[in-house]
Design a protein around this ligand. Structure first.
Ligand SMILES: Nc1ncnc2c1ncn2[C@@H]1O[C@H](COP(=O)(O)OP(=O)(O)OP(=O)(O)O)[C@@H](O)[C@H]1O
Ligand SMILES: [Mg+2]
Length: 263
């Protein structure tokens, strides 16, 4: 595992650099292209005007010919389509680079989980702030029900726990095809904190249950999932001397339960 981590960190670093300049160049390119399009529109208006005048006034023939050639070429290459499509293509490339950036971030987290400090913190607050961060991903997919229990302040790595909540919440939203429910609850039971995050999404087939915490296991489309979210969650919870379990019924629901000792 350590060598996979090192490899991942190395690859992430190498990919980060070129992705950075491709992404910033694409932004400049889009700005330039907007300007070029405006300029071309002016030229084209000018040519159309010139063509009309050339017919009436009898321009020197080389000008009339040139105007004719430009008009023919515009038609031949379907310039209207190109001018529109070029902006779409650049936009799609930018989306692609944003996706690469996200994967690189995940890989980096996987290789070097943030070493933030152990501190006393309010878990319910952590879940709330994480919900705000991922709200955009959830709001169209799910109604969220919350049942926060009375939790004492708990010694933990709060940023890392937030990362866990984020991975579980995003997975829940991604498992819901159209519209569903996400259920969050917390409580203390037998000296342990218990956090449940459930959803009414696709569910997980039995044969996958033993694999979902493995690094790089994903059932999502290429470019959508890296398969590192649950592995990261598992490692973080282990560091808290805790456990993370899953129960799921295909087509009905999935519930993740995290438990770790209250110190
Ligand atoms: N709430 C859920 N409902 C249904 N399937 C789930 C759920 N959570 C996880 N899974 C399954 O477990 C797999 C692994 O999840 P994990 O979060 O590790 O990776 P991912 O979501 O595919 O990619 P990433 O989190 O890196 O973007 C998912 O691809 C999916 O098949
Ligand atoms: Mg995930």
């Amino acid at each position: 595992m350590a060598s996979i981590g090192q490899l991942a960190a190395g690859v992430a670093h190498e990919i980060n650099n070129p992705t950075g300049f491709v992404s910033s160049n694409l932004k400049s390119l889009l700005d330039y292209q907007h300007d070029i399009n405006s300029l071309l529109m002016e030229y084209r208006r000018f040519i159309t005007g010139l063509k009309e005048v050339a017919l009436k006034e009898g321009f020197p023939s080389f000008i009339a010919q040139q105007v004719e050639r430009i008009a023919d070429l515009e038609e031949e290459i379907d310039v209207d389509f190109i001018l529109e499509d070029v902006l779409d293509l650049i936009g799609e490339c930018r989306e692609g680079t944003e996706r690469i950036k996200k994967i690189v971030l995940n890989l980096k987290d996987f290789a070097h989980p943030n070493e933030d400090k152990m501190q006393v913190s309010d878990i319910n607050n952590g879940i709330e702030s994480t919900l705000n961060v991922v709200w955009n991903e959830l709001k169209y997919k799910a109604t969220v029900t919350k049942d926060y229990g009375d939790l004492p302040p708990i010694k933990c790595y709060p940023q890392q726990l937030n990362q866990v909540f984020m991975n579980l919440l995003v997975n829940a939203a991604q498992a819901i095809e159209k519209k569903g429910k996400i259920m969050i609850s917390t409580r203390v039971l037998d000296g342990r904190v218990e956090i449940k995050i459930g959803d009414t999404g696709s569910g997980i087939p039995k044969e996958n249950l033993s694999k979902i915490f493995d690094p790089f296991f994903t059932t999502k489309d290429v470019g959508k999932g890296t398969g590192l979210g649950l592995n990261m969650a598992y490692n973080i919870i282990k560091k808290h001397n805790g456990t993370i379990d899953v129960e799921s019924e295909v087509g009905k629901e999935t519930i993740f339960t995290i438990r770790f000792p209250v110190e």
